[in-house]
Design a protein around this ligand. Structure first.
Ligand SMILES: *[C@@H]1O[C@H](CO)[C@@H](O)[C@H](O)[C@H]1NC(C)=O
Length: 233
């Protein structure tokens, strides 16, 4: 009898192990409503593109191999499309959100992105890819953290900050588009935004490790060197 019990336990263990091995990676579900709304990142009110009322859009925090199911409801008066910049989209390039692989989401309709952050760790961005919408908003940060089982070459951070840096125009995407359509080139930007504002603050305790995600999203190549200057100040 005892022998049977042991065999039973062994079989149960094998089954449990197997179950763990075949379990699906976790799913994260989001619903994002994209609207126009007033923002004033440089002091004057302008029409921004908001996601769930936010500028910049909500930050996605997920873990390697998570499945993202994200329903984007476009309430703008123009087709809208988001890309997940840096996410490899292995075997599903049609989730990448750029013209040629994805159709823009028509006004007053929705599309559900479905992708996996497969074998990736890092700080990424998402942003609109059509209509110069990125000049009015609709962008944000996408952090992929490591699974607990995966060792990383740094200590567990005590703090975690994501900085989203980009140059900015007060004019908004429609006016900027008109400038380009008329054959002119874009004027110099009006300012630089950090997390949607002219400045931002964060504290890291001395001697402790702080994780800093530094993401740039801009219109001019100089942005990178300007961003480095910000970081060193
Ligand atoms: C549109 O959104 C509804 C819920 O708001 C959802 O049930 C439906 O699957 C979505 N359609 C697409 C194509 O994503």
């Amino acid at each position: 009898m005892r022998q049977f019990s042991v065999i039973f336990k062994v079989i149960l263990c094998i089954l449990v192990q197997f179950q763990v091995a075949i379990a699906d990676d976790p799913y994260r579900f989001y619903t994002w409503v994209v609207t126009y709304g007033p923002i004033s990142p440089l002091g004057t009110v302008q029409q921004g593109i908001l996601i769930n009322g936010q500028f910049p859009g909500p930050r996605i925090d997920c873990v390697t191999n998570d499945n993202i199911v994200l329903n984007v409801i476009n309430q703008l008066d123009e087709p809208f499309l988001l890309t997940w910049n840096g996410i490899k989209q292995r075997k599903n390039s049609w989730q990448d959100g750029v013209l040629g692989t994805n159709c823009p989401i028509p006004p007053n309709s929705n599309y559900t992105y479905n992708f996996q952050t497969k074998d990736q760790i890092g700080s990424f961005t998402y942003f609109p890819t059509v209509g110069m919408h990125r000049a009015s908003g609709g962008f944000g940060a996408l952090n992929v953290y490591q699974r607990p089982a995966i060792p990383v070459p740094y200590l567990k951070p005590d703090g975690d900050f994501t900085l989203l840096v980009g140059d900015w125009y007060k004019a908004g995407h429609k006016a900027l588009r008109q400038i380009l359509d008329s054959g002119s080139s874009l004027p110099p930007p009006d300012g630089l935004l950090i997390n949607g504002a002219q400045s931002t603050g964060f504290n890291g305790d001395q001697g402790k490790h702080t994780f800093l995600g530094f993401l740039t999203l801009g219109w001019r190549p100089q942005l990178i060197s300007e961003s480095k200057a910000i970081l060193s100040n």
